[in-house]
Every structure is written in C-alpha cells, then in structure tokens.
Write a protein that binds this ligand. Structure first.
Ligand SMILES: C[S@@+](CC[C@H](N)C(=O)[O-])C[C@H]1O[C@@H](n2cnc3c(N)ncnc32)[C@H](O)[C@@H]1O
Length: 278
C-alpha cells in the first residue's frame, strides 16, 4: 500500500496522495494500447467528464509553475463516493485499487469461508467480481454476486464470463437489503468492505439470514474504525460501526455471531452462523 494513502492529515497538495495509489493503473485504463503518457490533468479531466463530477472535483492547473500540479478540492469526497457506488471510469479505477489493496482481506475471506464443491455462495456487494473469480478458481461451489452498481455488475460479469457461461456463477444488480433469492437459497454468504454503505443494517442482516439455510455461514469483512480513521478518503460517506454493534445486529437477525481479528487487528470479520434447526 502506498504510504501516502494513510496520511492522517494529508499534505496541502494532497492531490498526489490518492493519485500516487492509482497512478500505476492510470495508463492501463486510459491508454491501454499506445503506451501514451497520461498527464495528471488529463486523468482528472477524464474522470470528471466520465462521471459528471465536475463540480465535486474542481480542477485547476497550476500554470504559474508550469507543472502538472492541480488542486482537487474534494478528491477524497469523490473517491469515497466511488468506493460506495463505483461508476464509469472512476469506478473501474477504484475497483483496481480495491483489488490491489485488499488482496490480504480477500484471502482471509476465502479461508473463513472454507468452501466445498457443494456450497452455494452469495457475495453481497461483489464490486468488480475479483473475489468471485478467486473463489471460482479454487472450488466448484455455485457462486452468486450481487451489487447495486450497474457498472460493477457489468465488470464482474465480464471478468467472470467463463464461469457465468459454464453456469457456475450468476451476477446481478440487486440491493443487499432486498434480495430476490428464495429462503434458504445459500449455504454461505460473505461481504467485503460494504457494510459501511448499507442504509439499513438490521434489514440487510435479516435478508441475509432469510436466504441462508439452517447452519449457514455469513462472513462480513471490514476494516476497524481505527483503520478507517487513518484513511483520508473515508471521512465522508462511510458509516462507522463498532464490532459489538454488528455482532448485536447479527444476533437480532437470528445468527450466533463472533468477531475474528484480521491483518494483525487492522481489520476483522463478523462471523455469523444460522442455527441448525432440530
Ligand atoms: C468498497 S466496494 C467493495 C467491493 C468488493 N466487495 C471488493 O471488496 O472488492 C463496495 C461495493 O458495495 C456495493 N454496495 C454498496 N451498497 C450496497 C447495497 N446496499 N447492496 C449491494 N451492493 C452495495 C457498491 O456498489 C460497491 O461495489
């Protein structure tokens, strides 16, 4: 992870701290073929045009110094909005950032899920489908990904086209708080870094409980509030939940839940089990 991403108080020209993280992805997304140089201003202008976020990301070239330095007044706000609801080019970029930064969390999720070929699994807020692809490559479990963002549903479907074609995976646009699946459709479910964006945690937990079979497992993976506080782009748009709050919400939805620390304590999973009946 680029160190500049976790500055508590970003330096005055904080433009470069989020950009330094995504810099490596810029050329590949904006200019995949020609190896063309993509300037910072071109990058931000493309994002602004792509998302209609021109007001949210005021762009001003520093012509006095002749450099490519820009002022992005609310780049953190822009990034927060993209993590919550990725769309267009900005969504594709934050998707790549997530995949790179969160790989250890994805691996921890896979370990906690411990899939067998007989499992039927739901990914809530699957983003660009990276974790779905990882799991599909490691077991014959049946996988379903849902996400609110049409851009992410398209990205996840494209990334996993061969699994979708083979009938091993389905990806669709859906709200985690209002699932179309019948009761008891899945043996396991998971969600990585999405609970901050759920509008109604109680209702979402009740939905997850409903679609899980008795004995089913739900692994909810997230960063701690202390970790979130060190990330400047999470100041707005991210709801903070205490671990006890999430365990209690799982209990009220009918789960038996406990927390498991991950990544040396900077993240954790709320591991919830639906009781076995009888
Ligand atoms: C930070 S991204 C995480 C994506 C993916 N889980 C990962 O870790 O790579 C959050 C994702 O949750 C999705 N999301 C937010 N609220 C949602 C909801 N209520 N139902 C379904 N998806 C949601 C967003 O569209 C976004 O793709």
């Amino acid at each position: 992870m680029a160190r500049s991403w976790i500055h508590k108080s970003p330096p005055e020209h904080s433009l470069y701290h989020p950009l330094s993280v995504i810099q490596g992805h810029v050329e590949s997304v904006l200019a995949p073929s020609a190896g063309r140089h993509v300037s910072t201003s071109a990058f931000l202008a493309t994002i602004a045009a792509d998302t209609g976020a021109r007001d949210a990301v005021p762009i001003k070239a520093d012509t006095a110094s002749g450099s490519d330095r820009l002022d992005a007044m609310d780049l953190d706000g822009y990034l927060a909005a993209q993590f919550a609801h990725p769309t267009g080019l900005g969504g594709r970029l934050v998707g790549r950032v997530m995949n790179r930064q969160n790989r250890p969390l994805y691996e921890a999720t896979a370990r906690l899920l411990d899939l067998s070929d007989q499992d039927s699994v739901l990914d809530l807020g699957c983003g660009n489908g990276f974790v779905l692809g990882l799991l599909a490559g490691r077991s014959r479990a049946s996988l379903t990904g849902i996400d609110l963002s049409p851009s992410m549903v398209a990205a996840a479907s494209a990334r996993n086209a061969r699994f979708v074609r083979a009938g091993r995976m389905a990806v669709r646009r859906e709200d985690a708080a209002c699932l179309s699946s019948p009761d008891g459709a899945f043996t396991k479910a998971y969600s990585v870094n999405t609970v901050y964006f759920w509008e109604d945690v109680a209702r979402t937990m009740a939905e997850i409980r409903r679609v899980l079979q008795p004995g089913g497992l739900f692994v909810n993976v997230l960063y701690t509030n202390e970790t979130l506080a060190r990330l400047s782009h999470t100041k707005t748009g991210y709801q903070r939940h205490a671990p006890g709050e999430l365990v209690a919400a799982a209990g009220r939805a009918g789960f038996e839940a406990e927390t498991t620390p991950l990544l040396g304590g900077s993240a954790y999973a709320v591991v919830s089990r639906a009781p076995v009946i009888g």
